[in-house]
Design a binder for this molecule. Structure first.
Ligand SMILES: *[C@@H]1O[C@H](CO)[C@@H](O)[C@H](O)[C@H]1NC(C)=O
Ligand SMILES: *[C@@H]1O[C@H](CO)[C@@H](O)[C@H](O)[C@H]1NC(C)=O
Ligand SMILES: *[C@@H]1O[C@H](CO)[C@@H](O)[C@H](O)[C@H]1NC(C)=O
Ligand SMILES: [Mn+2]
Length: 605
C-alpha cells in the first residue's frame, strides 16, 4: 500500500527541485540587483572589481582616473626578498620596437609571483633593455612640423614614484633622455613618495649620477600623495615648461617638441600627449584610438568618450592639429611653469590620489585656459587592471574627500546633483574647508560650471534646466526604463533596452536625461538607440554608447504620451510578447497604452 505513493514521489522529486532551483536563482539575482542598486554602491561597491583602466567597446584600453581596489585574483605571495630585489636583467632585443615579450612556461610561476608586486609582468619588464626602441606611431606629417624646435621653451620633466619597479622607472627616464632634444630638456626630477624598496634608495641615488641629463631626486620619508609630490618637483624646477609623467611610461620620437610647440603658441594651453598602451602582460607597445576625448561621469570618474557631430568633423579636418578635451586623465601633461602657478597649481588639501585631474581640468577651462591633446605627441603608459598602491587614511574617505572638494569649488548647482546620488561624498562633505579655493576662483574671475557644460563639454549628459531629467515610465506596465548593468570592467554597458520595477528611491540606473536635440542619455554617455533604416521584422531598441547620430534621436509628444523615434517615425513600445525581459521595440504608432510613456521629472539641485 505504502510503496505506491512513495515511488510516485521519487519520480516527482526532480519536478519539485526544478522550481525550487529556479526560485533560488531568481532570489539570488534579485539580491544581487538590490545590492548593486543603492546609490553609494553604484558609485563604488559595485565597481570594486572594476579596473583603473578598462577596455572600451572598440577593444581599446583606456585610463580611468579612479582607484579600484586590490587585485581580485589570489596568487602566491611574493616574498620580502623578492619585493626588495632589483632583478633587472636585460636580454638583447627583448621588446624591441615595442614588440611583446614572451615568457617560457617554466617561468610561469615566478612570473605570477612577481606580477603582484607591481600588478604588471615584472619578469617581462626586467628583460627589456632600458633604451628599447619603439615604433614611430605618429602620422607622417608630424615628422616635419616641428623642425624649428630650437625656438621652443625649455622643460623640466617631473616623475613621481612610489615603490615603482627599477626597469619601468628607468625605462621612462631613458625614453625621455633618448627621445627629447637635449636643448629642450633642462632636467629630470624624480620625486620619491616614500618608497620602501631598498633598490630605490642609495642604489638609485648612485645610478642617477651616471645619467647624461641633470637628474634631481627629491625624497619624502612619509607618504605625501601625488599632489604634494608634484608640487615639490615643480618648486625645484628651472624649465620654462613643466612636464608631468607617470613612472611607467615610454615616450616616442617627437613627443616633447610637439607639446612645447603648442605652449609656445599659447602659454595658457595645457597639453597632453596621445596616451598609447603598454600592455601589462607582454609590455607590447600598442597605439591607441585618437577619436576620443576625456570627460567624466555622474560619479566624477574620469572617462574617455567617443566623439560625434561637430567635434568629430573638426578633428577629422586636420589630424595633426591639437584638439581640445573637456578633462585630462592627469598622469601625463605639460604646462607653462608660471601659468601653472598663476592658476593655483593644485589644491593642496587633496590627499594621496584621485580627483586632482578633474579639479585642474575644471579650473583651467573655467578660469580662461585650455586643455588640448596633441596628436603628434605619443607617450605609452603602462595600464594595469588593478592598483598596487596603499591608501593611508582609507581609500573611501581619501577619494571622496577629494571629489567632494572638486564639486564644492567648481560645480555650482551640479555639486548638489553629485551629492544627491553619492552617499560616500555626502558623508565627507561637511569636513571640507574649501574657502581658500573659492577665493582663488573669485580672484581669477572664473566662469561658472554651466558655461563649462555649454561651451567646453558640448556633448555632456548632465541634467540642465533646459532638458528633462528623471524616470521614463511605461503607463501600461507601470515599469521604468533601466540602464543595463552590463559586465563588470566595462563602463559602457550595452544591451537591449528593458523595463524594471520603478524603484522607490532615486537611483542612477533609472535616471535619464532628454536633451533638446532629442537624445535620451543616461550616465556614462549611454543613449537610447534604434536602427535608422528599415529592417525586417522587429526593431529592437538598445541602450548603447552615444554616437550623436540620427538613430539616437527621439521626440516626446506631451499630448499623446508617445515616444517617437525620429528617423523612423515609429513609437517606442514593449515587445509584442509583452514580456518585459524581451525589452523594447519601435513599432507603428497606434496610441495603445503600451506606447504611452510618462516622463517623471526628478529634482536634482
Ligand atoms: C599573502 O599575504 C597576505 C597579506 O600580506 C596574507 O594575508 C596571506 O596569508 C599570504 N598568503 C600566503 C599564501 O602566504
Ligand atoms: C642601450 O643601452 C646599453 C647599455 O645600457 C648600451 O650598451 C647600448 O649601446 C644602448 N643602445 C642604444 C641603441 O643606445
Ligand atoms: C577655513 O580655512 C580658512 C583658511 O584657509 C580659515 O581662515 C577658516 O577659519 C577655515 N574655516 C573653518 C570653518 O575652519
Ligand atoms: Mn599610471
Amino acid at each position: 500500500m505504502l510503496g505506491g505513493p512513495i515511488r510516485k514521489c521519487r519520480k516527482l522529486w526532480p519536478l519539485l527541485i526544478l522550481p525550487l532551483a529556479l526560485l533560488l536563482i531568481v532570489f539570488t539575482t534579485k539580491t544581487y540587483l538590490d545590492q548593486n542598486v543603492s546609490p553609494q554602491k553604484i558609485g563604488f561597491r559595485s565597481r570594486t572589481h572594476q579596473q583603473e583602466e578598462y577596455v572600451d567597446r572598440n577593444g581599446i584600453k583606456v585610463v580611468v582616473g579612479h582607484y579600484i581596489g586590490p587585485s581580485v585574483k589570489k596568487l602566491p605571495n611574493a616574498s620580502r626578498d623578492m619585493i626588495n630585489a632589483n632583478d633587472f636583467a636585460p636580454v638583447r632585443g627583448a621588446g624591441k620596437d615595442g614588440r611583446p615579450v614572451v615568457i617560457q612556461p617554466k617561468d610561469l610561476l615566478k612570473m605570477q609571483q612577481l606580477f603582484q608586486i607591481n600588478r604588471f609582468n615584472l619578469l617581462a619588464s626586467d628583460r627589456i633593455p632600458l633604451n628599447r626602441s619603439l615604433p614611430d606611431v605618429r602620422r607622417k606629417k608630424c615628422r616635419y612640423l616641428y623642425e624649428d624646435y630650437d625656438t621652443y621653451p625649455s622643460s623640466s620633466v617631473i616623475i613621481v614614484f612610489h615603490n615603482e619597479a627599477w626597469s619601468t622607472l628607468f625605462r621612462t627616464v631613458w625614453s625621455v633622455i633618448n627621445r627629447s632634444p637635449r636643448e629642450l630638456l633642462k632636467e629630470i626630477i624624480l620625486v620619491d613618495d616614500a618608497s620602501e624598496r631598498e633598490f630605490l634608495k642609495t642604489p638609485l641615488d648612485e645610478y642617477v649620477k651616471s645619467l647624461p641629463v641633470t637628474t634631481k631626486v627629491i625624497r619624502n620619508s612619509k607618504r605625501v600623495g601625488l599632489v604634494k609630490a608634484r608640487l615639490q618637483g615643480a618648486a625645484r624646477s628651472f624649465g620654462e615648461v613643466l612636464v608631468f609623467l607617470d613612472a611607467h611610461c615610454e615616450c616616442t620620437r617627437g613627443w616633447l617638441e610637439s607639446l612645447l610647440a603648442r605652449i609656445k603658441q599659447d602659454r595658457k594651453t595645457v597639453v597632453c600627449p596621445v596616451i598609447d598602451i603598454i600592455n601589462d602582460d607582454s609590455f607590447a607597445y600598442v597605439k591607441s584610438f585618437e577619436l576620443h576625448w576625456g570627460a567624466l561621469n555622474w560619479n566624477l570618474q574620469f572617462r574617455w568618450y567617443t566623439l560625434g557631430g561637430r567635434e568629430l568633423k573638426k578633428r577629422k579636418m586636420d589630424t595633426t592639429e591639437p584638439f581640445f578635451t573637456p578633462t585630462m586623465a592627469g598622469g601625463l601633461f605639460a604646462v607653462d611653469r608660471e601659468y601653472f602657478q598663476e592658476i593655483g597649481s593644485y589644491d593642496e588639501e587633496m590627499r594621496i590620489w584621485g580627483g586632482e585631474n578633474l579639479e585642474l581640468s575644471f579650473r583651467i577651462w573655467q578660469c580662461g585656459g585650455k586643455i588640448e591633446i596633441v596628436p603628434c605627441s605619443h607617450v605609452g603608459h603602462l595600464f594595469r587592471k588593478s592598483s598596487p598602491y596603499t591608501f593611508p587614511g582609507g581609500i573611501t574617505k581619501t577619494l571622496y574627500s577629494n571629489l567632494a572638494r572638486v564639486a564644492l569649488v567648481w560645480m555650482d548647482e551640479w555639486a548638489e546633483f553629485y551629492f544627491k546620488f553619492n552617499e560616500n561624498a555626502r558623508n565627507v562633505r561637511a569636513d571640507q574647508n574649501v574657502s581658500s579655493r573659492l577665493e582663488l576662483r573669485k580672484r581669477l574671475k572664473c566662469k561658472n560650471f554651466e558655461w563649462y557644460l555649454d561651451n567646453v563639454w558640448t556633448q555632456h549628459f548632465f541634467p540642465k534646466k533646459d532638458r528633462f531629467f528623471g524616470r521614463i515610465k511605461n503607463l501600461e506596465e507601470d515599469l521604468c526604463l533601466i540602464k543595463p548593468l552590463g559586465k563588470l570592467n566595462s563602463n559602457q554597458p550595452t544591451g537591449i533596452a528593458k523595463l524594471n520595477e520603478c524603484l522607490k528611491h532615486d537611483m542612477i540606473i533609472e535616471m535619464f536625461v532628454m536633451t533638446k536635440e532629442g537624445f535620451v542619455v543616461t550616465d556614462d554617455s549611454i543613449c537610447l538607440d534604434a536602427p535608422e533604416k528599415e529592417t525586417d521584422g522587429v526593431k529592437t531598441v538598445r541602450i548603447m554608447a552615444c554616437n550623436w547620430a540620427n538613430r539616437q534621436k527621439w521626440k516626446y509628444n506631451e499630448k499623446t504620451k508617445e515616444f517617437i523615434h525620429v528617423s523612423n517615425n515609429l513609437c517606442l513600445d514593449v515587445a509584442p510578447s509583452k514580456k518585459y525581459e524581451d525589452g523594447l521595440v519601435i513599432t507603428k504608432c497606434m496610441n495603445t497604452d503600451t506606447q504611452k510613456w510618462i516622463l517623471e521629472a526628478v529634482p536634482w539641485t
